[in-house]
Ligand binder design. Structure first.
Ligand SMILES: Nc1ncnc2c1ncn2[C@@H]1O[C@H](COP(=O)(O)OP(=O)(O)OP(=O)(O)O)[C@@H](O)[C@H]1O
Ligand SMILES: [Mg+2]
Length: 313
């Protein structure tokens, strides 16, 4: 549905997007993750036809975004960063205006206004001026605006930024439900959002794609994949003993519980069994013991920090 090949964008001598390549299948939700200034918004602006690429191509549903910009944009809904809107318009007026810009008939505009207003729970604020809305409602109006013409593709730049936890959850559920018949690209700084909503994630830094994988596969690259967290009354003594095992890379103590610590595995080491055997040999029974599937934040930090080590993905 979306094909990005050899995409470059320079601002003067500065390279904001550098040789970005990826595809998104129909019905997929793709997450852009990356530190501030990584090039996420710029890549989105290139996909939506807002910016012209310095070189490279983007196709949306087979249409070149540079050569068939208007036709491509009809298939696409775009929430720019910060959800800008015309503050002095009422919500109903604004969404009707967008429907008009999108070329919808008066009758269809009314039907779609009702539909998106219900989807985003905007019924109570339809006659309120946008500048008087809370941040959460403004964001919902911004998302409603992307859906008015029922596009096949959505590009959402930080759709849950600044929302309270309940509203974040609502918007995530909405995105999940939309992906039944739409292809979605979203950007976020919230790693758990990627895990809960996205089928795939791109980690972008300095304008380059550094990882392209499923959230689960990314998390499995973490040093915490297979790590074992234990709770024992003699935690210090047990941690020192376990740290000496060849299967153990290191041990980290919990900040809030002196009896809890996490044992990180050496590469490809069967840690759980080794720990069980060692504890049994001492007759120590842990109050709790759990194995981790990995931490996306650990992988993100290792890949994107300035002196990042190379992570094979
Ligand atoms: N119009 C422009 N002119 C010059 N530089 C720009 C322009 N737009 C973006 N940049 C630069 O390109 C880089 C990437 O910016 P971009 O907004 O894409 O980052 P981002 O990943 O979306 O960051 P954030 O997480 O903070 O939103 C930044 O260094 C930014 O200053
Ligand atoms: Mg941005």
């Amino acid at each position: 549905m979306i094909e990005v090949s050899a995409l470059h964008k320079r601002f003067g001598s500065f390279s904001a997007v550098h040789d970005v390549n990826f595809t998104v299948e129909r019905g997929q939700v793709l997450g852009f993750l990356g530190p501030n200034g990584a090039g996420k918004s710029t890549t989105m602006k290139l996909i939506t036809g807002y910016y012209r690429p310095t070189s490279g191509r983007v196709h949306v549903n087979g249409l070149d975004t540079h050569r068939h910009t208007r036709r491509m944009q009809r298939e696409l809904g775009y929430l720019p960063e910060g959800a800008p809107a015309y503050g002095d318009m009422t919500v109903a007026h604004y969404l009707t205006f967008i429907a008009h810009c999108r070329g919808l008939s008066r009758k269809l505009s009314k039907t779609r206004l009702r539909a998106v207003s219900e989807q985003l729970e905007l019924d109570d604020v339809l006659s309120q001026r946008i500048e008087t809305l809370s941040k959460g409602f403004k964001r919902r109006v911004g998302i409603a605006q992307t859906l008015v013409h029922d596009p096949k593709v959505l590009v959402l730049d930080e759709p849950t930024d600044g929302l309270d936890p309940n509203q974040k959850q609502q918007v995530r559920e909405l995105i999940r439900s939309l992906s039944a018949d739409k292809t979605v690209i979203l950007s976020t700084h919230i790693l758990e959002e990627v895990e809960s909503v996205c089928h795939r994630a791109l980690i972008i830094a300095h304008g380059k794609v550094l990882a392209d994988s499923t959230p689960g596969a990314l998390a499995r690259q973490s040093r915490y994949c297979g790590a074992v967290t234990l709770e024992l009354p003699n935690a210090r003594q047990a941690a020192a003993l376990l740290n000496a095992l060849p299967e153990v890379e290191s041990v980290e103590f919990s900040i809030d519980n002196p009896q809890r610590f996490t044992v990180l595995p050496a590469p490809d080491a069967p840690l759980f069994v080794a720990i069980q055997a060692k504890l049994a040999s001492k007759g120590w029974a842990p109050a709790a013991m759990s194995v981790e599937s990995g931490r996306l934040d650990d992988v993100f930090q290792r890949i994107t920090r300035p002196n990042a080590v190379e992570v094979r993905l």
